[in-house]
Design a binder for this molecule. Structure first.
Ligand SMILES: NC(=O)C1=CN([C@@H]2O[C@H](COP(=O)(O)OP(=O)(O)OC[C@H]3O[C@@H](n4cnc5c(N)ncnc54)[C@H](O)[C@@H]3O)[C@@H](O)[C@H]2O)C=CC1
Ligand SMILES: O=C(O)[C@@H]1CCC=N1
Length: 273
């Protein structure tokens, strides 16, 4: 059984730990370093994993190290961990948005096998989507280890060109928030027409679930599913023409470009720090 240490025990680490335990990992093989006492207590209580204040203690004998802290925290932790990692050379998995493999190599050691990945919050319910990208030091067995960890919380796809990892972040990493924003907007639109909020929310939410399940389960293209809802001259056509007049694809493309740029900016800011 692989010994895995997490640096940072927040939302994403909790999702990954929950998924790993559900798919058969032993709690005894998982360690978490987390500075907040309340978060440590709930990790111990909910998952039975060992928790640490000291990052170095948590990683001491880890075969895999998952960096699950905010990008801005990276410079603070590499000084603490560099020596241990240079000595033990575990597989380093980073889920931090924007942070590039060359930065991780510079901070933690150029000889380390590193996988940069980008999961998303539906990982919490086993419905995550993760893109992964490896450096050349990652062995086939380590690739499998990384994929196994992320497969525990949803689907995975390897990304060969690291430049596309910021696109992954802008698409599926941030993506759940886009769908939540659309459900909020649908709910508000129905409320504006006089519908009680609770009814509007449940109808919008179930519609999101139904559409999502059809996308996943029908194996049909989104355009085909869309056309099937759209009766000629019917209500859907009226709404879609309104979307089109407001240039929905352009609005979405601009939002995805903004998220991609922010990923690049997060990394560039770390180059300066
Ligand atoms: N929230 C999301 O939807 C996604 C987040 N990510 C990435 O995952 C990473 C973590 O994000 P979240 O889990 O959402 O954040 P979070 O804030 O819930 O968790 C980060 C944890 O790191 C801990 N921490 C702070 N300083 C530390 C230190 N010096 N050593 C060890 N732990 C420390 C914090 O106390 C906190 O519990 C980020 O880099 C983010 O870009 C990736 C995919 C999706
Ligand atoms: O908003 C963020 O920066 C993180 C990365 C992807 C989702 N949440």
């Amino acid at each position: 059984m692989t010994r895995i240490a997490f640096i940072g025990g927040g939302n994403m680490a909790r999702s990954l730990i929950g998924g790993l335990l559900k798919t058969g990992a032993a709690a005894a093989n998982l360690r978490v370093a987390e500075p907040q006492a309340q978060a440590r207590e709930s990790l111990g209580r909910d998952f039975g994993v060992a928790t640490f204040v000291d990052n170095q203690l948590a990683v001491a004998d880890a075969e895999v190290l998952v960096l699950a802290v905010k990008p801005q925290i990276m410079p603070a932790i590499h000084a603490q961990l560099r020596d241990t990692l240079q000595r033990n050379r575990p597989l380093l998995i980073s889920i931090a948005a924007g942070v590039r493999i060359d930065q991780l190599e510079r901070w933690f050691g150029s000889l380390l096998p590193i996988v940069r990945c980008m999961p998303n919050t539906p990982a919490l319910i086993g419905a995550g989507a993760t893109g992964l990208c490896a450096n050349l030091r990652v062995t086939p067995q380590q690739r499998e280890q990384a994929q196994h960890i992320l497969d525990a919380v949803g689907i995975t796809r390897w990304i060969d060109d690291e430049a596309l990892m910021d696109t992954v972040t802008a698409l599926s990493g941030s993506g759940p928030a886009y769908f939540f924003a659309i459900v909020e907007a649908l709910e508000d639109a129905a409320v504006a027409q006089g519908m009680p909020r609770e009814t509007a929310r449940i109808l919008a939410t179930q519609t999101c679930l139904g559409a999502g399940r059809m996308l996943v389960e029908s194996n049909e293209a989104p355009s085909v599913l869309r056309q099937r809802v759209t009766s000629p001259n019917g209500t859907t056509q009226a709404a879609l023409e309104s979307f089109s007049a407001d240039q929905l694809p352009r609005i979405v493309a601009r939002a995805v470009a903004a998220a991609t740029r922010r990923g690049e900016e997060l990394a560039a800011a770390l180059d300066k720090s």
